[in-house]
Design a protein around this ligand. Structure first.
Ligand SMILES: NC(=O)N[C@@H](CC(=O)O)C(=O)O
Ligand SMILES: [Zn+2]
Ligand SMILES: [Zn+2]
Length: 348
């Protein structure tokens, strides 16, 4: 088996870059391998309109390494008050590539999210009409629903209804974690796709909970049982163009993760493509990585594929124990452990 892997430059279709001093960490890390990234809007306050998206994009561009051509693709955060006019304005402007549905209370910085999807059907209709994709954090939030069942319940209670009522709306079911989500996406039309993270391909809930509770594996949707991990691996390596790369790299400072009530999110951007390569290699599917990482997402969004290439080499290295993150430190996924692949950085 070859020790070099050359791929068309991949894109990340789901990333959290945060803001302020965090950008000095997150933007160069994303730009080392990815040509573009769909930038999540869950800032405090969230990115709710085109003016805020344009300003945020400028702050990201200012944090790019000097020679980088990394392109942030901006998104809007849907609230109960988002208007169809805002959607039209965003589409007309051009920097906004999608709008994100966070059920209120489902995840980090989702308090301003949507309290009931019935409140946003007029907005979703406008999105379908103008061709702006809907990105979904697909979990219900009712306290009586078990945290491991929240994705499945979201499909049954909400996503099925959205897709039936708006058959032309492009929908990305973000960071899917279950066999149920894989089946839903496979059974839907070509307007429905899904992102899959590296950590949900590499890990299951045993990694988080056996032998001690490991806060750096805690993310939302939460890691599921091994059979779900297997379903995600099968989907990602299947060659089906509905499934594409989205890291959901979501940094939280060390003190916010290693706490009595730790934040949800795993930081993978520093070695994301390497982690995906490892997952694909486990399935003997390295030949399928390029399509998943570099073709399917661009095709789904109707954007041109990248034209440059990157090279990964099989070379063991040790992930840093911690990274600088503004005035704080950040413990990345795999901290202090071995990684099997490494990006040849001269390509970035
Ligand atoms: N995935 C996570 O666990 N956290 C994300 C939010 C999200 O994508 O749900 C974050 O912004 O920290
Ligand atoms: Zn999410
Ligand atoms: Zn996310």
């Amino acid at each position: 088996m070859s020790d070099r892997l050359t791929l068309l430059r991949p894109d990340d279709w789901h990333i959290h870059l945060r803001d302020g001093t965090s950008l000095a960490r997150t933007v160069p890390d994303a730009a080392r391998a990815f040509g573009r990234a769909i930038v999540m809007p869950n800032l405090v306050p969230p990115v709710r309109n085109v003016v805020e998206a344009v300003d945020y994009r400028q702050r990201i561009l200012a944090a790019r390494p000097a020679t980088s051509r990394f392109e942030p693709l901006m998104t809007l955060y849907l609230t109960d008050r988002t208007s169809p006019e805002e959607i039209r304005a965003a589409k007309a402007h051009g920097v906004v590539h999608a709008a994100k549905l966070y059920p209120a209370g489902a995840t980090t910085n989702s308090d301003a999210g949507v309290t009931s999807i019935d409140n946003i059907f007029p907005v979703l209709e406008t999105m379908a009409e103008v061709g702006l994709p809907l990105l979904v954090h697909g979990e219900v939030t009712h306290s009586e629903i078990d945290v491991f069942d929240r994705e499945k319940r979201f499909i049954d209670d909400n996503l099925t209804r959205i897709v039936e009522r708006l058959p032309t709306l492009k929908v990305v079911f973000e960071h899917i974690t279950t066999h149920d989500a894989v089946q839903f996406v496979e059974a839907s039309g070509s307007n429905v796709g899904a992102t899959i993270t590296a950590h949900h391909l590499l890990y299951n809930r045993n990694h988080m909970l056996v032998g001690g509770i490991r806060p750096h594996f805690y993310c939302l949707p939460i890691l599921k049982r091994h059979t779900h991990q297997e379903a995600l691996l099968a989907a990602a390596t299947s060659g089906n163009p509905k499934f594409f790369l989205g890291t959901d790299s979501a940094p939280h400072a060390r003190h916010a993760k290693e706490a009595a009530c730790g934040c949800a999110g795993c930081y993978t951007a520093y070695a994301a493509i390497e982690l995906y390569a490892e997952a694909f290699e486990q399935r003997n599917a390295l030949d399928r990585l390029e399509a998943f990482a570099s073709h399917h997402g661009a095709d789904f969004y109707g954007l041109p594929r990248n034209t440059e290439y990157i090279t990964l080499i099989r070379k063991e290295w040790t992930a840093p124990a911690s990274l600088t993150f503004g005035e704080h430190s950040l413990v990345p996924l795999r901290a202090g452990e071995k990684l099997r692949w490494r990006l040849l950085e001269e390509n970035t």
